[in-house]
Design a protein around this ligand. Structure first.
Ligand code: AHR
Length: 659
């Protein structure tokens, strides 16, 4: 009896020791460099959802600056005194403007107040450039008083700062003044009073920008948000969406031609996320197109990305339109195809061409060197393929060097996906856009997704993805860890997956329709989510060539017996970057085993960087922006084998060098 108990205890103890001392060997053969990693491998996907453009990245602080909101030309404004809206302004595609007239009593006032997008965020001591197009319709001159105010202030005065402008003459001219608020406030408002002799004055395109925008552009971007993009070192920049490309109906699709030229004359568009979810409804969500295709191209250039515009293929959002008459008939597609051809000319054409000239007039005579174009967003069915084909033919004929992206539909697998992939091969697109907003178990099961993909077919653009935990569709550390695990499969298959972009990119904390998202902000602050840090680590340690990495001869994809590990490796000259996601609840001991070294060569550990996701629901927030961020850890060792351990629920990057 005692012997039996003793034996069982001994067996138990041995198995515990074995479990603790079990080391997972990761084999890497350095004999020859693996497949090259594309510069476009990791990138960003921009869509004007969640107030990502107006109210977000686009630094304009005034909402409805052109008085064109269709339900109410004064939406976003509080008008007082004698204010009328008139329709015959100087900009034909934004014809409305306001007329401020004498209120009729010396102690009454005429003017306007705008409280921006969820308020106007201003910083004390910084400069804000106020501009307005104005005229005095009856001639002579008039005065207006421009103020930044704190309408909720309990103090003696609301005024944070004020300046006066004198408007003169009957012709429309642009006026400018700099406002410098004394205090920082996230919800200031802009007030404009007709002052002086209260001479009737017309105002149009009332605008307020921080002087300090990203790279100092006048029609610029919010600096912290653009910086968060630049810090990802994205190789590819997809814009402008997303469903917004398609529109709820074709009239509201993203029309790139409306987004270029002088900002004052870019017509307003309805934002389809205005009403998409009635449980998060934003009836004041429109697209000013102030952040348009020219600005997207400039931003691509400034952050070192290849631009990837996606254009409408003539289908309105298929989720929202069962009736085929919502779409353009195939034999009437030509204007849409011409839009695509003209866009390529806008980006790359000589300054003597129609669209190349516009690019030059806007300030960029050099071509943008566009290489990619996407036709259609999340489209499906023969409705899509019969429209895509004529686009591909026309683009190939006019611009054989341009690489075309087609769609595999909205699902990560299933009927449409299975129909569309062979169709994309038949039509001969260069890349196929795959989308997956999927739960934990999907991400845990997809480590090997691309291992068996056709090496000869079109390449993959994993164009929209994020882990959406069931019932917990918000940013948290565990979801980000599973994205990292999945991305090791993208990295290992860099010969198949040429681009990958998390989605969506931005969200205003008071204005979101969809989450999780990569970067969040309010009017003054922003933070980078744990998923952002995952993207950043992959971008920072992108490498140049894949280094095949195996456990017992097979890829490390979280398969049974692999201890919940997902791993991939790349080389960059004599540097080796090994990425390991440990999705298990246990520490895993690992031995990196290198073969193919020259006689005297060894591998030396350089540094380790780790994202600890063990607090599964932890998230970064505006108040705690750095709760979960990568941290360095001690990683030492030298030889043909180097040992390491990875804590539970963590994502680690091991940097080594060949000596
Ligand atoms: O990223 C949000 C939406 O998800 C995109 O607009 C669309 O392409 C997808 O359905």
């Amino acid at each position: 009896m005692y012997r039996r108990v003793f034996t069982s205890l001994a067996v138990f103890a041995l198995s515990v020791v074995a479990a603790f001392s079990q080391s997972f060997r990761l084999d890497m053969d350095l004999r020859k460099p693996g497949v090259p990693i594309q510069n476009t491998q990791y990138g960003i996907f921009f869509e004007d959802i969640n107030f990502a453009a107006d109210g977000g990245l686009y630094a304009e602080l005034v909402k409805n600056r052109s008085f064109e909101y269709p339900d109410d030309a004064l939406q976003g404004w509080k008008a007082f005194g004698k204010v009328t809206v008139l329709p015959d302004g100087p900009f034909d595609r934004n014809p409305h403007y306001v007329r401020l007239s004498d209120p009729g009593h010396p102690h009454k006032w005429t003017g306007l107040e705008n409280d921006g997008f969820f308020g106007i965020g201003v910083r004390g001591g910084e400069s804000y450039r106020f501009t307005v197009w104005a005229r005095v319709p009856d001639g002579g001159s008039s005065d207006i008083d421009v103020q930044l105010v704190n309408p909720a202030s309990p103090d003696e005065s609301h005024i944070l700062c004020r300046e006066s402008l004198t408007v003169s003459g009957t012709g429309w001219k642009q006026y400018e003044t700099i406002l410098k608020p004394e205090a920082t406030l996230d919800k200031a408002a802009l007030r404009i009073f007709l002052s002086g002799k209260r001479v009737t004055t017309d105002l149009e395109h009332v605008s307020l920008f921080p002087s300090d925008t990203w790279k100092g552009h006048r029609n610029g971007l919010r600096k912290d948000l653009a910086q968060a993009l630049a810090d990802l070192h994205p190789g590819i920049f997809r814009f402008p969406g997303g469903c917004i490309v398609e529109g709820t109906d074709l009239a509201t699709r993203y029309s790139w031609k409306n987004s270029v030229g002088p900002v004052e004359n870019r017509p307003l568009n309805e934002n389809r996320w205005n009403y998409t979810f009635t449980y998060r409804f934003y009836p004041d969500y429109f697209q000013s197109y102030g952040l348009g295709f020219y600005e997207f191209f400039i931003l691509s250039e400034e952050i070192g990305s290849e631009p990837l515009p996606i254009l409408s293929c003539g289908l309105a959002c298929q989720f929202q339109n069962d009736d085929v008459s919502a779409h353009v008939p195939v034999d009437e597609l030509q204007p849409y195809i011409q839009d695509a051809l003209d866009l390529i000319e806008f980006a790359n054409g000589p300054v003597t061409s129609e669209w190349g000239r516009l690019r030059a007039e806007m300030g960029h005579p050099e071509p943008f060197n566009l290489k990619y174009i996407g036709i259609g967003n999340e489209q499906w069915d023969a409705l899509y393929t019969e429209r895509l084909e004529p686009f591909v033919k026309a683009i190939r004929a006019a611009y054989p060097g341009i690489r075309i992206v087609g769609s595999s539909g909205p699902g990560s697998e299933g009927e449409q996906f299975d129909y569309l992939w062979p169709e994309m091969r038949r039509i001969g697109v260069d890349l196929v856009d795959e989308h997956f907003y999927r739960p934990y178990d999907w991400f845990l099961s997809q480590g090997a997704r691309y291992d068996d993909y056709d090496r000869k077919g079109p390449k993959v653009f994993a164009g929209e993805y994020a882990c959406h935990a069931r019932g917990m569709k918000w940013n948290h550390a565990y979801a980000s860890l599973l994205e990292a695990a999945f991305m090791t499969g993208i990295e290992r298959n860099a010969d198949v997956v040429h681009m990958a972009t998390y989605a969506p990119l931005f969200a205003h904390v008071e204005g979101w329709q969809w989450r999780p998202d990569l970067i969040w902000y309010d009017n003054l602050r922003s933070f980078r989510t744990v998923s952002w840090h995952v993207q950043e680590l992959f971008g920072r340690f992108k490498g140049r060539n894949v280094l095949p990495l195996k456990m017992d001869g097979v890829n490390v994809t979280g398969a049974e017996g692999q201890g919940g590990l997902f791993a991939s490796a790349v080389t960059d000259g004599d540097r080796i970057y090994v990425k390991v996601a440990n999705t298990s609840d246990d520490t895993r001991n690992i031995t990196f085993n290198f073969t193919g070294l020259k006689k005297k060569e060894v591998v030396r550990a350089v540094e380790g960087i780790r994202l600890d996701c063990s607090d599964r629901l932890a998230e970064n927030t505006l108040d705690e922006p750095c709760k979960v961020v990568p941290e360095g850890f001690l990683f030492e060792g030298e030889g043909r084998q180097v040992d390491a351990s990875v804590p539970p629920l963590s994502f680690s990057v091991f940097v080594l060098t060949v000596k």
